[in-house]
Design a binder for this molecule. Structure first.
Ligand code: ATP
Ligand code: MG
Length: 377
């Protein structure tokens, strides 16, 4: 089986690693350069989409910001999963919000802004404080503004107007500011026959808008709500593959923040913590194979390595500690890899995170440092 992935980053790389034992071979289409590359070595294997589509049994994607013209070509081949409708929803907050509303899934009150009049209407409808997000192209908290005081309306409008006029299709989605206690996400897979298998929820900590720490949690009430919303979204899209839903937890009630029609950073813990990891389950789903068990096999947390290309050697000696590098060139704040930390019995994961905090640089890994400080109180 040969799978072509749109996108040649770390998610394609980890899909490739997970596919090998099942004899599923991957190649990756670098949307920027038009090259077909090997997802592990980045060796150029060819150029252009048409040949790659002809040679692939299945096509999938590792990110949602893909030109619609490319998506449409892939859709026409009949080999593309999940359907382009899902990728388009993940890449455009207007489509995403409409999808959530139509599926009857709770999400933050919002309004779409193209003009100054729209902005005034949004302020009335959504209220202050509000979060403003570019409809297209935002990720890792980029392309966002926070309006907290009326005094800032004009300044923020100037910045947003620049963003809106940068392209014909751009707009801003204004959302009410949600006073959440924490953020969680649900990663799960839906097979071609409609079977759904979801992982336990992950609790997510962000640092400067980027995910820094993600821990699998057991919370029956939240899990139940999340699974119900997951099914509603996945079914409404007739989704095939791994899908992630990000939520705000407000006093024990979940609200969807956004959806990601792909394997997700908050699901990387499944490589060590679940019976079948998200990358393998995504490949199983898109290749029409039965899904693997999503059962938690050990308590696990994932720490993102941001902007660092070396780690203390001691980490390799620490039990339950697994390093995953992405083979990328170092750049400030860039996702360079992650560390999965596991514990075999209750409390062991927390102890190991505290041990890690002593070895890791607190400035580079503030979420681990904060965790350790909170744990020792
Ligand atoms: P990523 O790609 O990392 O998921 P993103 O750029 O797609 O991020 P969001 O997930 O929408 O953006 O927002 C980034 C973060 O900003 C959220 O994880 C949350 O902490 C905060 N945030 C977003 N929307 C709201 C909101 N309506 N109210 C309060 N906080 C919010
Ligand atoms: Mg997000």
């Amino acid at each position: 089986m040969h799978v072509l992935v749109l996108g040649a980053g770390q998610l394609a790389r980890m899909m490739s690693l997970a596919g090998a034992p099942l004899n599923i071979q991957l190649s990756a289409y670098d949307v920027g350069s038009g090259n077909i590359v090997h997802p592990l070595t980045q060796t150029v294997l060819g150029h252009g989409l048409d040949n790659a589509i002809a040679q692939a049994d299945v096509i999938t994607a590792e990110f949602e910001h893909i030109p619609h013209s490319i998506l449409d070509i892939c859709q026409q081949s009949g080999k593309f999963f999940p359907a382009t409708e899902a990728i388009k929803a993940g890449g455009d907050r207007r489509i995403e919000k409409a999808l959530l509303d139509n599926a009857g899934v709770r999400n933050a009150k919002y309004a779409v802004i193209k003009t100054r009049e729209d902005f005034d209407y949004a302020i009335e409808k959504v209220g202050i404080p509000m979060v403003l997000k570019s409809a297209l192209g935002g990720y890792d908290g980029k392309g966002q503004w926070r309006l907290k005081n009326r005094a800032d309306i004009d300044t923020i409008w100037q910045e947003m107007a620049e963003c809106i006029t940068s392209s014909d299709t751009q707009a801003i989605v204004a959302e009410e500011f949600v006073p959440f206690q924490r953020e969680v996400s649900l990663v799960g897979a839906r097979a071609k026959n409609g079977t759904i298998a979801v992982y336990p929820l992950a609790e997510n900590v962000h640092t400067d808008g980027v995910l820094s720490l993600s821990t699998a949690i057991a919370d029956q009430n939240l899990q139940q709500q999340a699974e119900q919303m997951f099914s509603a979204v996945a079914q409404s899209l007739d989704y095939v593959g791994v899908l992630a839903l990000e939520f705000f937890d407000v006093d024990g009630a979940l609200l969807v923040n956004e959806i990601a029609p792909r394997v997700h950073n908050s699901g990387h813990w499944t490589q060590q913590g679940a019976e079948t990891c998200q990358f393998e389950n995504h490949l199983r789903a898109v290749c029409g194979l039965p899904l693997g068990s999503t059962k938690l096999v050990r308590e696990t947390a994932m720490i993102n390595i941001l902007g660092e290309d070396t780690l203390p050697k001691e980490l390799l000696e620490m039990a339950g500690c697994h390093i995953h590098w992405y083979g990328k060139e170092k750049r400030a704040g860039r996702k360079m890899g992650h560390i999965n930390v596991c514990g075999d019995y209750s409390g062991e994961l927390q102890r190991r995170l505290c041990a890690l905090a002593k070895v890791l640089d607190a400035q580079a890994f503030p979420a681990v440092d904060d965790f350790a400080k909170g744990f020792s109180v």
